[in-house]
Design a protein around this ligand. Structure first.
Ligand SMILES: [Zn+2]
Length: 475
């Protein structure tokens, strides 16, 4: 059987005013995907599982980038037109698989995944199955539920099951193809905004809620049961979490009951979604690090988390670290191409006045001028970095926005993370790699595009009432 595979993945933070342009995307056509396919992606899980099961899989086009601001209409139209063109040229198909994030926002389009699905249907037809893999932080809409034959969704945060999700989604497709039966998706929205930092799946309530899905998958009527958490740093008319159940269309009532039970179980736990990492004010976090006895202490500057789409150019927490007098500390990292260029025009050990921060986001209050010494200039994973030092704090400047998941980046810059006293990092919950190094982890409740106190964010389009913005509500 001949199966088309395509991917579009972006988590759009609509509070970040900097738009995401096409050049930010990592674009891959089918040949590039086969040569360099990301082994950690749901697209790879789809591909390998379907090939193993004897399917002829044709990877078409893939677009993904780090979370950031709303995607421009031009960028989205380019991605969509490339997927559709290849779909049209290569057809007819027996099935289509889409590896999506599910929380993309495009200028003028709040449901681009639904829009893409509608367009894919118009080319591929309504007779063949379309199955999708989604990120756990997907914002699923009724249109998405109607236009796809099945979904599988990540079940871990931090996300370590992208590949497995592709495998499970491929399993759903294989069942549909074998049975030749019709499926349906039941979506029950749950009016809750919850951050990833309050819903890590290694602690309850997320742990037991997500574990319960394995039992639901075993029901004969169900193909795949999923929770979608939504994405709280987007002001979307479709905002909120959801219970999403793919199953056989002739068992619709059972699927509705299953989804309702899942939604009720989630709602009942709403007050238990709390920070699994100690959360405190920036000042308290710095004091805790200074008085710690085991190192390194890793403090997340949580409101400027590039992996949740923030602008990555705030400096107020860095300033507090420098002013606190802390020693043997590193702050990673401020994305500022202009400040990086100034550093790159110097040589190691030069001491000079540098202004950084607040440029791309236009946040004047984040502009910071400091006299500092250039410690190093280095490359890591295609990004250029400068390491500067002011008082006891080394701080890193990158020439562009970048992921902050990997301690390896620090090593590439000549800094051994495990020998530091304090690491300030633009992140929310720590990646598994940083968790391994950390002796004490703290969430500093800073202000910015990914503020953890959701009540501080200027939601206007998000449906109300919604928890925890409206505490006196019923579901
Ligand atoms: Zn996610």
């Amino acid at each position: 059987m001949k199966i088309a595979l395509a991917g579009m993945s972006h988590e759009s933070n609509t509070f970040n005013i900097v738009k995401t342009e096409l050049e930010s995307f990592d674009l891959r056509d089918g040949d590039m995907f086969i040569q360099q396919g990301r082994t950690d992606s749901s697209a790879s899980g789809f591909y390998e599982t379907l090939v193993e099961n004897g399917m002829d899989v044709f990877p078409l086009f893939f677009a993904r980038t780090l979370p950031s601001g709303t995607v421009t209409l031009d960028a989205y139209e380019y991605i969509k037109s490339h997927i559709l063109e290849k779909l049209r040229d290569g057809g007819p198909w027996d099935a289509v698989c889409l590896a999506l994030h599910g929380s993309m926002a495009v200028e003028g389009i709040f449901d681009p995944e639904g829009d893409l699905l509608e367009a894919v249907r118009s080319v591929a037809g309504f007779e063949i199955p379309i199955v999708c893999a989604l990120d756990m932080h997907a914002t699923v809409t009724e249109r998405m539920a109607l236009l796809s034959d099945g979904y599988a969704v990540f079940r871990t945060a931090p996300h370590i099951d992208s590949f497995n999700t592709g495998e499970r989604a491929a399993g759903v497709l294989l069942e549909i193809l074998r049975s030749k039966k019709k499926t349906v998706n039941v979506l029950i929205k749950i009016p809750i905004l919850v951050s990833g930092e309050q819903s890590e799946t290694n602690v309850d309530p997320a742990k037991s809620l997500f574990e319960s899905l394995q039992e639901l998958d075993k029901l004969p009527e169900v193909l795949c049961a999923s929770y979608v958490m939504g994405f709280p740093w987007a002001d979307s008319p479709f905002g909120g979490a959801g219970a999403l159940v793919t199953g056989w269309a002739d068992s619709y009532e059972v699927l509705v009951k299953t989804a309702r039970k899942m939604a009720d179980a989630f709602w009942d736990k709403r007050a238990e979604f709390v920070y699994s990492t100690p959360a405190m004010t920036p000042e308290q976090a710095i004091q805790a690090a200074i008085s710690a006895v085991k190192f390194p202490v890793i403090i997340s500057d949580s409101a400027d988390n590039p992996t949740a789409g923030a602008s990555q150019d705030t400096t107020r927490f860095l300033r507090k670290m420098i002013e606190s007098g802390m020693k043997n500390a590193v702050y990673t990292c401020v994305a500022d191409s202009e400040a990086y260029a100034v550093c790159a025009s110097h040589v190691k050990n030069d001491v000079f006045e540098l202004t950084l921060g607040g440029r791309s986001s236009g946040k004047e209050c984040e502009r910071f001028t400091v006299v500092a010494e250039l410690i190093n200039l280095a490359e890591s994973q295609g990004t250029s970095y400068a390491v500067m030092q002011a008082k006891g704090v080394k701080f890193i400047i990158s020439n562009k926005r970048c992921a902050t998941y990997f301690p390896e980046t620090l090593r590439d810059l000549g800094l051994e993370p495990s020998s530091l006293n304090t690491i300030g990092i633009k992140a929310g919950y720590l990646s598994p790699e940083y968790q391994e190094i950390s002796k004490q982890s703290i969430l500093a409740l800073t202000d910015g595009d990914t503020a953890l106190d959701l009540r501080k964010l200027p939601y206007k389009k998000t449906p109300r009432p919604i928890y925890p913005l409206d505490l006196d509500m019923v579901f």
